[in-house]
Ligand binder design. Sequence first.
Ligand SMILES: [Fe+2]
Ligand SMILES: [Fe+2]
Length: 482
Amino acid sequence: MPDGGQIDYDGLIPNNVGLSADLRVRKALETWHPGYIDWWKSMGPAVFQNDPVYLRTAVGVGSEGWAKFGFVRMPEYKWGILLAPAVGNRTIPFGAHKGEPAWQEVPGEYRAMLRRLLVIQGDTEPASVEQQRHLGATAPSLYDLRNLFQVNVEEGRHLWAMVYLLQKYFGRDGREEAQDLLKRRSGDADTPRMLGAFNERTPDWLSFFMFTFFTDRDGKMQLAALAQSGFDPLSRTCRFMLTEEAHHMFVGETGVTRTIQRTVDAMAAAGIDDPYQIEKVRALGVIDLPTIQKKANLHFALTLDLFGNEISTNAANAFNAGLKGRYQEDKLTDDHQLTSSVYPVLRLRDGALVQEDVPALSALNMRLRDDYLTDTAAGVARWNRVPERAGLAFRFTLPHVAFNRRIGEFSAVRTDTEGRLLTADQWAARQDEMLPSADDNLFIASLMQPARQPGQYASWIAPPRQGIDGKPGDFEYVRIAE
Ligand SMILES: [Fe+2]
Ligand SMILES: [Fe+2]
């Protein structure tokens, strides 16, 4: 029901959008559904598809008690269309149409722009499932395996969310875009996913935790900006997606923290207090802290590329149109139109990095990236409590925003992690101390041994402090058939 109460589970597609009375859209979704299931079975998790997993499924869209937990085989998961409750008399919060009633239908003049925003967001959702499809085989515990699958099914649901908007509010071209979302493949040479970071490999579990820490956090920022949209169905969709996204970042943050914790504990037990005694630390079956830092450097830079160019007319247009706002737009106290304000942006000028004031509208990508930086830095500060408590002289840091970039102005230069410019030779000489080397990756891969007994954890990661849904850490989160 449009006011967003309980979810209708009667039909094939659970929803709170009145699908049973909306024949046209229901038919479009039911036509799309078999292709989705095919995609899930061939590109979703490569193992354990038929084993019961202790998953949460949304049963409401209110802020409390919205999910229930139970054992589900993934292909039978109740993917559905869930929108956060409508806000009465909502108005467009920013841009040229600020103060006008929020749109319940697509504004004709912005149709193409809106469709593109939906497709780009939608494309990231199945992409991450594809990137993570082989991780189940090497899960460090049943607890982690379950968390991986929870993230996967929810990314699948996020795809449903965007497909619903395409099919409900766009006609034939919306249906075509929905089909294409099932056709592109992460990392494919001919039909890749749309954004670079979503074509990278996620070869090991530390990469997965870094991805969910850094890249799902970009997802949170993008969804938060779209949740401000003057197109009300998009706003409501993204608001509900954000409640799920929080868990993905929890998986990343606690995953990295548990990895650091295990390393620090093993070092203490072995009497090693120099984090740079890398071979000695590795001999303990844990990942040395400098290598964890290098993984963070890699994933941070890849994720910054997702924010796009420093100066962007697309971002300015989407804001002006009232389609995509700023992070926490509703809490900001300026004019929400930005026609006469400026914003400081770090730029490349004559081979040097300089801060420059530019029109605020064209700097919206950087503003969102700056908000992301603040959020990410707070997470890294939480990682650092682990070495700090142990009295170890090691702190994780975020590399400079110019480091190892492929999109935007800094893609033209090489810098170290402090943002100092390097020549090609200097870069070649120092690359392996800043980014994971082939040796580092081989070592990490060698640790990826599965742990499949309840309560068992791989050598390189500490157990969680708490289980999921009040269950203990040694709960049988996935019932693997013998
Ligand atoms: Fe998502
Ligand atoms: Fe996510």
